[in-house]
Every structure is written in C-alpha cells, then in structure tokens.
Design a protein around this ligand. Structure first.
Ligand code: FDA
Length: 490
C-alpha cells in the first residue's frame, strides 16, 4: 500500500463534514474529504425512484431496504441508502458525497428554543437563535411551500387530509420548512421541468429539486479551489502516530464494494464527520484494533431522537382516501410538544405508492427517557447497541394515544398493513449522540485526550433534539468551526 501526507483530513461528507470543509477552505486551508460512497453528481449516474429501485437504492445489498415493501432484487452496488440492523432497531443512513442529505426528506426544522436550552445548557442559546440557526438555514437554502400551491395541488392531498384530521382531533398543525426548492416543485407540477418530488424520488436520491449538500456547502467549498474529495475511500481504522498526527488505513473500493487499492493517509489534523454511527465505529474499532486512546464517555448518551413510526388504515376510505399521487416531500407537522402527559412532534409523511391506499403514515419524534449505549464487539467486528423495548415503551404509549385520538375523531384503524401491530418502534432515521459535546469532547468538538482529533457531526447531540436534526447538526458544526478555525487552524 502507498502512503500519502495531508494537513487536514475530514472523514465523511454529511452535514458536519460539509460545514467543516467550507469554513476551512474559505480560509485558504487545503482540505481532503474522504467519503466511502460515490460522488453521484460527478459520476453522472441517476438516482432511482421508489417504485423502480435501481443502482442507488441500497449500499451493497441484493434486496431493497426501504422501511416497507421490499419486494425488489438488486445488483450489489455502492448505493445511496444503507441500513444497520440491530436486534431491536434498524438505522437508515445516507452514503455518498452529501451523506444523509442525498436520501433524506429535506425537512429543515429549527428546534424549540426551550428544548435546545435543556439539551445544551452550556451553549449560548441567544447566539444560536440569532446567528447559528439563521446562518445554517440560509446556507442550506431552507424554504417554505406557498399555501396557494398546497391548497390545490393533488400531490398534497395526503397532507390536507392529515392536517384536517389532526385539527378535528384537537391537535395543532404546523407548516414544516424544507430544503427542497418549492418553486422548482411548482414548475414540476406545471410540467415545465423534469419531475423529482412529484415523480416518487426521495429515499434513493433526488435527481432534481432538492438542495442536498453537494449543491450548497460542498459546492461553495469546491469553488475555493482548496477542496479535494476522494470518493469510494472507506476508512477502516485510525492509528495515533508518535508525533500526534493520525494514520488512516483506507480501502479504496469499486462500485461492487471490492477493495481495488489499499492506502495509508497521514493527517496532521483529523476531523471525524462520519455521522453518529460512523464516527462511533471508527473510534471504538480503532481503540480495539490500534489502541487509539478513547475517553470513557465515548458510546454513552446515544438515542434514536425519539423516532417512532406509525400509521392509520382506512383513512377516508369511502371519500377518496389520501390520494394516489403523492409528493415525496413532507410539508406538515403536528406540534404536541408542550403536552405534559404525551409530548411529541409528528411529521405527516407521504406514502407514494402510486395508488390510493387510504393510509396515513406518521413519524413521531418523542423525548428520550433512557439513553442507549454503543460498544464495539471485537469478535464480531461490529458495533453493539444497548437498546430495547424499555427505551421505546413511552413512545409507544404516545403513539397509541395519538392514534386513538385521531381514530375517535375521524375513523380509521391502526396501520396493521404497514407494520407488525401497526407500530414501527424499530425504525430510526435520526441516530444521535455517543460522542457528546462538552462530555466526550470539549465545548468545541476537540476529542478528550487528543490534540489533533475533532468530531463534528450528529454524535455531538445527546440522543434527542425534539425535531428532525440536520439544521441543528449544521448550526452546531458552524459554531464549533468558528471557534476551532480561530484557535487551532490559523
Ligand atoms: P451523515 O450521516 O449525513 O454523513 C456521514 C458520511 O460519512 C456519510 O456520507 C458516510 O458514507 C460517511 N462515512 C461513514 N463512515 C465512513 C468511513 N469509515 N469512511 C469514509 N466515509 C464514511 N433529518 C432532517 O433533519 N430532516 C429530514 O427530513 C430527515 N429525513 C431523513 C430521512 C432518511 C431516510 C434518513 C436516513 C435520514 C433522515 N434525516 C433527516 C436525518 C439526517 O439525514 C441525518 O441526521 C444527517 O444526515 C446526519 O448528518 P451527519 O453530518 O451526522 O452525518
């Protein structure tokens, strides 16, 4: 294997890694970004729609891995969506240049100020709400759909039904911002441009419309001329060198997942932005394999952000249902967060199956009552997650209460057709924590016990943030990088 020397290396091209890359490169600091997935934009390959899964549908699997209806066989390919299966929970992740932004629903939600303060008592809340959150939303290109469009568009019938039924049941509904360009969607609707959200594209990637990170932060970083992106570079483990730099053991893979080259990259400074599960795996595995020192806090305070999926069948079954045409981009939420007994936030999710299934799908975001813990099993060479039904039982109570209230007011039944017993307790899109800011790191993401090692991603957030997390991950990354650049990188 060949050895290369680099000054600053970032592992992972999701929200944390993209913010770090832009803030460093715009200060004329050369950065190497390592990403195990494909550079989809550069490859010229197309993302596939949900009803016709192709190359982008799954990371090196022979069958699709969507939350339901996995009837499709696949050729093994370095696709954009991955799933980690643990005994009681399945965790979905994005792979490729742009990380989770390639496959997510684009919901760009700023958390409630009070809850943010509760989760991060040591951060300057005022500064976050006056500066870092607005900055994150501006760079991410967050926008809101026009009410006129939502009122008439047949692709948003599922949302109108969802909001109407929620109101009838006494719940408060809210409009949810997104990074999908709604002006583009209006043009899609009028058939002026190629369709994406209105053509069933999302979880296997959007070919148009969505402002994923490759169109925002990473594009700006590349324009500085200081950014090098190395795709299909999978970091296996990290060794601390005697001079306090880091040696990365890397497999360069082809699109079938086979190693075609083995590399060592020495990095003077290393930023881990491999996502909650990726950064945890790199640290814990390296600790086992190369004795990389890790602090006792690593792996603690992990959570699923209270994710709990559920749904209702027989929704308006005799009056048109939820619609056969559905946009893949959610726009509505139910805010029940202030309730003392059943606090939760609900995302009114689409179910674009190409036919009217009279079914409403909901992703609940609950509080956490108990943290999970992540460890590494050297024999199995796999992450272990201490997480079971005791962690989700209060979320199930909330889901039961929510469905009961909705069904009493509107009719309908628990969605047995979608999930076992109608509850998807094991579906997680928002893994957070394990390398918590101010605990496993200092207050700016410097890893305890290290001089040149940083963590900037979702793992900094202790398990819960009350809403979809990428705006918060972006804002925290902005905050950390502002300080780190001044103190460590100039
Ligand atoms: P992220 O996971 O984005 O990026 C990490 C990157 O590191 C990946 O590209 C990965 O391939 C790479 N990597 C990992 N290990 C590596 C290694 N060893 N070597 C090289 N590269 C490596 N959030 C939200 O706010 N609104 C929403 O609507 C949604 N919807 C949603 C839907 C679905 C289906 C999913 C899967 C997720 C969401 N999310 C979401 C969650 C959101 O996408 C997620 O929280 C962020 O992407 C996390 O950002 P990070 O920067 O932490 O890592």
């Amino acid at each position: 294997s060949e050895t290369f020397e680099k000054e600053v290396v970032i592992i992972g091209t999701g929200y944390g890694g993209s913010v770090a890359a832009l803030r460093l490169t715009e200060k004329n600091i050369p950065v190497t970004l390592l990403e195990m997935g494909l550079n989809w934009e550069k490859s010229g390959k197309k993302f596939s729609p949900m009803i016709n899964p192709g190359h982008s549908a799954a990371w090196l699997k022979t069958k699709t891995i969507a939350p339901f209806m996995n009837l499709f066989r696949l050729d093994k390919f370095t696709g954009a969506l991955d799933r980690l299966d643990f005994e009681h929970i399945k965790i979905w992740l994005g792979r490729g240049v742009g990380g989770g932004s390639l496959v997510n629903g684009g919901m760009a939600v700023t958390p409630k100020k009070e809850y943010f303060k509760e989760i991060f008592p040591n951060l300057d809340t005022e500064k976050f709400y006056s500066h870092y959150f607005p900055l994150a939303n501006k760079e991410l290109k967050t926008n809101v759909a026009s009410e006129d469009f939502l009122k008439d568009c047949d692709f948003y019938k599922f949302n109108r039904v969802g909001e109407e039924e929620a109101k009838k049941a006494g719940f408060k509904t809210v409009r949810v911002p997104n990074v999908y360009d709604f002006r583009y969607m209006e043009k899609e609707y009028r058939n002026e441009v190629p369709r994406s959200a209105l053509a069933g594209e999302v979880i296997y990637g959007n070919n148009h419309g969505k402002n994923s990170l490759d169109k925002t932060y990473l594009k700006k970083a590349a324009a500085t001329g200081n950014l090098e992106i190395l795709e299909l570079h999978q970091v296996n483990h990290i060794t601390q060198n005697p001079d306090k730099s880091y040696a990365l053991d890397i497999s360069v893979i082809n699109t079938n997942g086979q190693e075609i080259q083995h590399k060592i990259i020495n990095a003077r400074k290393l930023i881990l932005s491999a996502g909650t599960m990726g950064s945890l795996e790199l640290l814990l595995k390296s600790n086992s394999v190369t004795q990389l020192p890790v602090d006792q806090h690593i792996g603690k305070e992990w959570g699923n952000n209270g994710n709990f999926m559920t749904g209702r069948n027989w929704v308006k079954a005799f009056s048109g249902g939820t619609g056969s045409k559905q946009s893949t981009i959610p726009v509505g939420g139910i805010d029940h967060w202030e309730d003392k007994k059943h606090p939760f936030f609900v995302e009114i999710a689409p179910l674009p199956m190409g036919m009217n299934v009279a079914t409403s799908l909901y992703l609940l975001v609950n509080k956490l009552k108990k943290f999970g813990e992540v460890t590494y099993d050297l024999t199995d060479q796999k992450l272990q997650l201490n997480w079971d039904e005791s962690h989700t039982s209060h979320m199930k109570d909330n889901a039961k209460y929510f469905l009961r209230t909705m069904n009493n007011a509107n009719g309908g039944t628990r969605a047995h057709l979608l999930f076992k017993n109608g509850f998807g307790a094991d579906i997680c899109y928002h893994p957070l924590g394990g390398i918590v800011l101010g605990k496993a790191t200092d207050q700016f993401g410097r890893l305890n016990g290290h001089q040149n090692l940083y963590v900037i991603d979702g793992s900094l957030i202790p398990g819960t943030i009350g809403v979809n997390p990428f705006v918060t991950i972006t804002a925290i990354a902005e905050y950390c990088m502002e300080h780190l650049i001044k103190e460590d990188f100039s």
